[in-house]
Design a protein around this ligand. Structure first.
Ligand SMILES: NC(=O)c1ccc[n+]([C@@H]2O[C@H](COP(=O)([O-])OP(=O)(O)OC[C@H]3O[C@@H](n4cnc5c(N)ncnc54)[C@H](OP(=O)(O)O)[C@@H]3O)[C@@H](O)[C@H]2O)c1
Length: 261
């Protein structure tokens, strides 16, 4: 049986690299979609590429008023079965250069607020939540202090909520891609990954993995080798990961300070 057929999925960040691929796969599986993004033009382009015409809601999710309007919009259209918190931004640079407010707002506060807001709706439908984290939600990486903080936070929030709702019909899942070929990564980050020999996944494959998790009972999914090993290693023997990253620090600093040009 196709679990997704007829289910209504609210997907944030649908106009992004991973989000658009997830939207295509969900639509092909017969899901009814409510897609959000800030760009009306990008949403329109995506709308024409999908098997089933989606509902679209263009907004900046960092506004709590817009979040309330989105909730109302979803309720007016029959509620939702699945919430996928995928919208996010990244920043690469040394700690002194980072702007934390925007990062914390969209990567951490917004998914927490949307979970809170949509819980009553999801309860009615035995629904599920998927929060899109990152390998950097388990491995602190130089040059990504703010981003790592938000994704570590999101992982903690997701785990706590999942355990809080363990006796209920709602499933709460954490999905953690590693570096993926989307425009969230600046050209400096792409070049750094090439220099360090870090693989980057295609958004099509990442979207397939997210759909697999959605259909399964798997509460946590981490993508890619060796990142999955590093995630575990960092939990048990962080000093080993300290050493591995220290050996790469000179290169990372060069890129983070923009001195690679
Ligand atoms: N790509 C990677 O290397 C990678 C690795 C691990 C985890 N992830 C995570 O995967 C998720 C998707 O990333 P991606 O690579 O697909 O990034 P992306 O291509 O840059 O897409 C980001 C999406 O988030 C939306 N967004 C950003 N700020 C928003 C705001 N204030 N309000 C509403 N929507 C907002 C964007 O909407 P508009 O474009 O319409 O503004 C866009 O749809 C993120 O949570 C990211 O942290 C990505």
């Amino acid at each position: 049986m196709n679990f997704l057929a007829g289910k209504t999925v609210l997907l944030t960040g649908a106009t992004g690299g991973i989000g658009a691929e997830v939207a295509r796969k969900l639509s092909a599986a017969g899901a009814r979609l409510i897609l959000t993004g800030r760009s009306a033009t990008k949403l329109k382009v995506l709308q024409h590429q999908l098997a089933v015409e989606p509902l679209m809601y263009c907004c900046d999710l960092t506004s709590t008023a817009e979040q309330q309007d989105l909730l109302q919009f979803c309720q007016q259209h029959g509620g939702i079965d699945v919430l996928i918190n995928n919208a996010g931004i990244s920043q690469f640079g040394l700690c002194q250069q980072q702007q934390f407010n925007d990062l914390i707002s969209i990567n951490l506060l917004v998914p927490m607020q949307l979970c809170q807001l949509f819980l009553p709706v999801l309860r009615q439908r035995k629904g599920q939540i998927v929060n899109v984290g990152s390998a950097f939600g388990s491995i602190g990486h130089p040059g990504f202090t703010g981003y790592c903080a938000t994704k570590f936070g999101l992982r903690g929030f997701t785990e706590a909520l999942q355990r809080e709702l363990a006796g209920s019909d709602i499933q709460v899942k954490y999905f953690a891609p590693r570096a993926t070929e989307t425009s969230i990564n600046s050209s400096d980050v792409v070049q750094l990954n090439q220099q360090l020999g870090n693989s980057m996944d295609s958004p099509v494959w990442v979207a397939e993995e997210l759909i697999k998790q959605l259909k399964s009972n798997e509460l946590r999914r981490f993508l890619g080798w060796p990142e999955r090993i590093f995630v575990r290693l960092n939990g048990v023997f962080p000093a080993l990961v300290d050493m591995a990253l220290k050996s790469k620090l000179t290169v990372i600093e060069l890129f983070a300070e923009g001195k690679n040009h």
